[in-house]
Write a new protein. Structure first.
Length: 361
């Protein structure tokens, strides 16, 4: 299994380097082609919805089929990265849609296989394998675009994705039944806010900054700060031990509400500070809430649940909030991110009221 673990790390890391460099360009290309905020947000919808489709299909897929996806998809996406070099305004949306669909099947297959058949250490290595590239690639991509242009960035993505296709991790899933009494969906709701924050940053905030004339390098730095703070949060979570799900969900809601202050400022430095807290809130949601889910459900059901909630939030944060910003301006941002604050108050009320009755799943 050790050989498979090494291959998994290389495959995931190289795929992540290729994917995060490629996807960083999507909202920037939208601004380059004069898309409005609604259409740019639609590109965020194209990123999110395939995760639900992939999770639903892979719920009933064999381990052989999921292993095939892990092997074939990096190669196919490397070809798409080359095609991006020749993209045009009339073709870009279709190209992004195909790329997003393939990307979702790769991650979902890997997560389900590791969750079902892997050890905890393998899961941690997997998180590191995609987490580090997510932190470093936005800045690197911004520098490449600023100095060399989009085409060089696409060729860079091709190199990473093609290299990742040479590593072929192979796992046999061991499908487990639910190990606990089920989970309360009210504690999973912060994953929606997590998705809203991620969708907003990528497909609303990044275009806002670019329209204001902020350079690609500084935009990449802002997104990198979000990734670095999230990665730091993952590390910190390893030393916090077990905490009440009320506490972790409430704290994640409050931190994920920080982008509401973007509604009061357009300056880059305060925004970067906001993104530090948002990244930590994201790491709490991913680590503690996912741990809560995994203790109470099978791996496949767990992946479907958190991917579904996160995807819903990403769609709301990109498409819905992008459209609202187009129509109402910054008041839409303030309103949207007030909701997580209200929900944190609701969770605090639950904590100090009668015991929570589990909701059906």
């Amino acid at each position: 299994m050790k050989l498979n673990t090494r291959k998994m790390v290389f495959s995931s890391a190289l795929f992540a380097l290729g994917w995060f460099s490629l996807s960083f360009s999507f909202p920037l290309l939208a601004i380059h082609y004069d898309f409005d905020y609604t259409m740019t947000g639609f590109l965020g919808f194209l990123v999110a919805y395939p995760f639900v489709i992939a999770a639903l299909i892979d719920m009933y897929s064999s381990d052989r089929m999921m292993n095939m996806q892990i092997v074939i998809i990096p190669f196919l996406m490397s070809i798409l990265a080359i095609i991006f070099i020749f993209q045009s305004k009339g073709f870009i949306v279709i190209l992004i849609a195909i790329t997003d669909l393939m990307e979702a099947f790769y991650w979902v297959s890997m997560e389900m296989l590791l969750g079902s058949g892997g050890e905890n250490l393998e899961a941690e290595k997997y998180s590191t394998a995609w987490g580090v590239p997510s932190a470093i690639m936005p800045l690197a991509a911004g520098i490449i675009i600023q100095s060399l242009g989009f085409r060089v960035l696409f060729f860079t993505s091709f190199i990473f994705l093609a290299a990742g296709s040479f590593f072929r991790p192979k796992y046999k899933a061991n499908i487990k039944e639910t190990t606990g009494n089920g989970f309360d969906l009210r504690f999973i709701v912060p994953m929606i806010f997590n998705g809203i924050a991620a969708g907003f940053v990528s497909y609303v905030l990044v275009p806002i900054l670019r329209v204001q004339g902020v350079s690609y390098v500084l935009i990449g730095l802002a997104v990198t700060i979000l990734g670095v703070s999230s990665a730091a949060g993952f590390v910190l979570m390893n030393f916090t031990g077990k905490r009440s799900i009320y506490t972790t969900s409430s704290i994640s809601c409050l931190l994920l509400a920080l982008p509401l202050f973007v509604g009061f400022t357009g300056n880059l430095l305060p925004i970067m500070t906001i993104l530090v807290g948002t990244g930590i809130g994201s790491s709490i949601a991913f680590s503690k809430i996912l741990a809560y889910i995994s203790e109470r459900s099978s791996a496949k059901k767990g992946v479907l649940t958190y991917e579904g909630f996160f995807a819903l939030g990403f769609i709301l944060g990109s498409l819905a909030l992008g459209s609202a910003f187009q129509a109402f301006g910054k008041i839409a941002v303030i309103t949207a991110f007030t909701v997580p604050v209200a929900y944190a108050v609701y969770l605090a009320y639950l904590r100090f009221s009668a015991p929570v009755k589990l909701l059906p799943i």
